[in-house]
Write a protein that binds this ligand. Structure first.
Ligand code: PEP
Ligand code: MG
Length: 829
């Protein structure tokens, strides 16, 4: 009773997967689910050797005849047997299946006549004879291999192999199916005992004495028009929807068929209804995308194997999670937990379809995710030219500055030789949703001759490269990119994530277009509008003229122009924001980005003024509020433009919740002075328009001193936004523009750091400063609004840290908003 166990009876007889093997247990489960399985039986692991005995083998043949309703040797409805082996879990290195047990030189012709195709049967038969000859009948392997190689025709092969057995074998090849089965069992078990199989077990850390279960299946032979075999998965890889995909082969199944070689499933003999029902039932049972092997006889399908799909396409997992939750088979929160923030990221950005044959030129820092191919442009001007007529361009530069932004926006991707993931190029590319690789070692641009050295190769402007901003890889040539957008069910999962999360998610956006993109991706407001980004490209002189004005009259004139430009910008921005909150940060312009390069000033006097302002450490120099305290009309001009724009927009019925933010504070006095400028501006606009604009005033916390003095700052500030880019730079003393390429790379190699602190918030140092600032600020102003707007606002681990501190929101670039929504939900669940 425990030696031969028909499929479906294992559990009833008290056997588990250890004895039945993974396949036997799966067949049991399919029977219990009421699904059609191929007739067959399991010889449990503890008893498998007994199948080598002719008596047991004979009983097995009779049992399979009984469950299949056919008889081996019956010419009308012929039956053959297949023997296979299995372990308790799916493992590599199992002996191959032996199909075609029961064929003899006498009945082969008749079988071929039934199938209508001769090669399939002879090929399968040759494989069985080959294996039995070597492992059960002691025929040396070499002449067997020679016979296979020298004899291309399948039928002649079988004859050659049988002749070798007759000459060298310990006994002739039997015609009796039970004797064939017993020898086949001996061959499989002997093969499991070879040094090669033992090595494979050791490599997989499997026990040396792991016993196999054996399976004897009915191989029902029928006409090729009405029979065959195939494989199918439950979901479409691109859409993720339930839509069985696979292929179908006519003839006799020998082993797992090669993928994508058969006929499409819609040609399946007997139709696809039962296959679809089986896949759907299995998905509901396993809560996973599934794959099956099946067989069709006389137009009827029977399953040979079924399991959760190995590494299912991400889209399939997303749609299945949503389907299961909609049907009530899973809770919404469970469905949300099934997709990680990193997977959300993966779904949002195009990727290369890699084949492994690509030429990798260099690997730089993964600065902005996504994949794009294009031709090299070595200057922004060239990128603009090429981009204007629709050419896909990759802008390649040593580094980028604000003047390059228009060229970056005209490009499909950006590659730089210097700079880290918080560098200008990286921040701009992420904001604009362009893939970028930064800090590519050894990148040498020679603009004069129009070449660039990337890795070991010298490429010319116009040559194609492909760039993966998630891995940092740069490839030669134009690689194909998958373009399908995220599946609609991702939006559903994200909506469920929104129901769960506590943290609000805002966007770092500088323009109305970026706000529109971000709102569509689920942003609840703007957490950081960097006003200096509104002076890029041809707008740059507006700030330059303020900074370099020769006299007060020239300065006032420059300020009027700046205010006018800002008014337009803010009106567009606030209109896009609608009734949501928006944090506008007053100018934080590192001077070097806005001064003319040496020799580029208008005249000698301007060159002299510029030279006087050049700094050795611009990121530690006349930045942020410090510039505003030297040019006292700067912030009032900006704030007046902002408030006046709010009045305009409010007249249309929209009331954005305005937050005005002061950057780079380290002294409470700086904040108090800046706050006074803003108040003056509000008063001036109220006097002019009769409207008192409601707003909150707050500060960036991005220097260690600001964090330490958070209590004092909170007396002047109604909100804090942690600028973790600068706070990381200043806490470690790591230049955010330079340190990643060498120092951090070496620190990561040594194991000092597992990730760049510019990408993942350092919980012990930077994080401790934030925690302390939160505590001190709340003790002074309990309801103070707190957020993060550094790059960490889009990193899942950093988001979990912020959630733990009870911050109100995180703010990140538009294309990371969905990632942040999912991360904020996972942090709660
Ligand atoms: C920061 O420092 O984290 C920040 C958001 O400001 P910026 O990146 O503009 O310096
Ligand atoms: Mg900053």
């Amino acid at each position: 009773g425990r030696v031969l166990v028909p499929y479906g009876q294992g559990r009833i007889r008290g056997l588990d997967a250890g004895e039945l093997g993974a396949h036997g247990a799966a067949m049991d489960r399919l029977v219990a689910l009421g699904l059609p399985v191929v007739p067959g039986l399991t010889v449990p692991a503890g008893a498998s050797a007994s199948l080598c005995e002719p008596g047991t083998a004979r009983a097995a043949v009779e049992l399979v005849e009984q469950v299949s309703g056919r008889r081996v040797g019956d010419a009308g409805r012929p039956l053959l047997l297949r023997l296979s082996a299995g372990a308790p879990t799916e493992i590599a290195g199992l002996p191959p299946d032996l199909a075609c047990l029961g064929v003899t030189p006498d009945n082969a012709e008749a079988l071929c006549a039934v199938i209508g195709r001769e090669e399939a049967l002879y090929e399968a038969w040759a494989a069985s004879v080959r294996m039995i000859a070597e492992y059960a009948l002691d025929v040396p392997g070499a002449p067997l291999d020679d016979a296979l190689l020298d004899t291309p025709a399948p039928r002649a092969r079988v004859e050659a192999l049988l002749a070798l057995v007759a000459r060298h074998g310990s006994q002739p090849f039997p015609d009796d199916p039970a004797q064939q089965l017993a020898l086949a069992a001996r061959a499989l078990l002997a093969r499991w005992d070879t040094p090669r199989a033992r090595r494979s077990r050791r490599a997989q850390r499997l026990p040396a004495d792991l016993a196999l279960a054996l399976y004897v299946q009915a191989l029902r032979i029928g006409p090729a028009d009405h029979s065959g075999y195939g494989t199918a998965v439950s979901r479409h890889p691109e859409t993720g929807r339930f839509s069985p995909q696979g292929s179908f082969f006519r003839g006799v199944r020998r082993s797992a068929p090669p993928p994508h070689t058969g006929e499409p499933l819609d040609r399946l003999a007997g139709g696809t209804a039962l296959l679809e029902h089986s896949l759907l039932t299995l998905e509901r049972h396993l809560h996973a995308p599934v794959s099956v092997d099946f067989e069709v006889r006389d137009d009827e399908i029977a399953l040979l194997a079924a399991s959760a799909q190995q590494r299912p396409p991400l889209r399939a997992s997303v749609c299945l999670a949503a389907d299961l939750a909609r049907e009530g088979a899973l809770g919404r929160e469970e469905a949300v937990l099934r997709i990680t923030p990193a997977q959300v990221q993966e779904l949002l950005h195009p990727q290369f379809r890699l084949t492994g044959t690509e030429e990798l030129l260099v690997r730089g820092l993964p600065a902005s995710p996504g994949a794009a191919a294009g031709v090299i442009a070595l200057s922004s001007e060239r990128a603009l030219e090429l981009g204007a007529d629709g050419t896909q361009v990759v802008l390649v530069a040593h580094e980028t500055t604000p003047a390059d932004v228009p060229g970056m926006l005209a490009s499909a991707a950006v590659l730089t030789g210097s700079g880290g993931i918080a560098s200008h190029a990286a921040v701009v590319a992420r904001g604009a949703g362009r893939p970028a690789v930064c800090g590519a070692d050894g990148l040498r641009v020679d603009r004069a001759v129009g070449t660039v050295r990337i890795g070991g190769r010298v490429l010319r402007e116009g040559d194609a490269v492909s760039l993966d901003g998630r891995s940092g890889a740069v490839y030669a040539g134009a690689l194909p990119v998958s373009v399908a957008g995220p599946p609609p069910d991702l939006s559903t999962l994200l909506e469920w994530a929104d129901e769960t999360r506590r943290l609000a998610v805002r966007v770092n956006a500088d323009t109305a277009a970026e706000v529109d993109t971000a709102v569509a991706l689920g942003a609840e407001g703007v957490g950081l509008c960097r006003t200096e980004h509104q002076f890029l490209g041809e707008r740059l002189p507006l700030i330059r003229r303020v900074i370099l004005a020769a006299d007060p009259a020239a300065r006032d004139e420059a300020l009027v122009a700046l205010e006018r430009a800002q008014h337009e910008d803010f009106r567009a921005l606030l209109t896009a924001v609608g009734n949501r909150p928006v944090t506008v940060r007053l100018l934080d312009a590192p001077l070097h980005e806005f001064l003319p390069a040496p020799g580029q000033a208008l005249d000698a006097a301007e060159e002299q003024r510029a030279a006087a302002l050049r700094e050795a450490n611009p990121m530690l120099g006349l930045r942020g509020v410090r510039l505003a305290l030297l040019h006292e009309r700067l912030y009032p001009a900006q704030a007046e433009a902002l408030f006046a724009a709010w009045v305009d927009v409010a007249a249309t019925g929209v009331r954005p919740a305005l937050e005005v933010m002061v950057p780079l504070i380290s002294l409470p006095e700086e904040l108090a002075a800046a706050a006074a400028y803003v108040r003056e501006a509000a008063d001036a606009v109220a006097a002019r328009t009769g409207v008192r604009v409601p707003y909150r005033l707050g500060t960036m916390v991005e220097t260690p001193r600001a964090a330490l003095l958070a209590g004092e700052l909170a007396e002047h500030a109604e909100f804090f936004s942690f600028g973790t880019n600068d706070l990381t730079q200043l806490t470690y003393g790591f230049s955010r523009d330079d340190v990643e390429r060498q120092v951090l790379a070496s620190y990561q190699e040594r194991g000092f750091l597992t990730a760049s602190p510019f990408a993942r918030l350092d919980p012990h140092g930077v994080g401790a400063l934030i925690a302390l600032a939160v505590e001190r600020a709340r003790s002074v102003r309990p309801g103070i609004k707190l957020g993060v707007c550094g790059e960490h606002g889009g990193d899942p681990e950093s988001i979990a840290f912020c959630d733990g501190l009870g911050l109100d929101y995180v703010s990140c670039s538009a294309h990371r908003v969905p990632v942040a929504r999912m991360a904020a939900a996972h942090s709660v669940l």
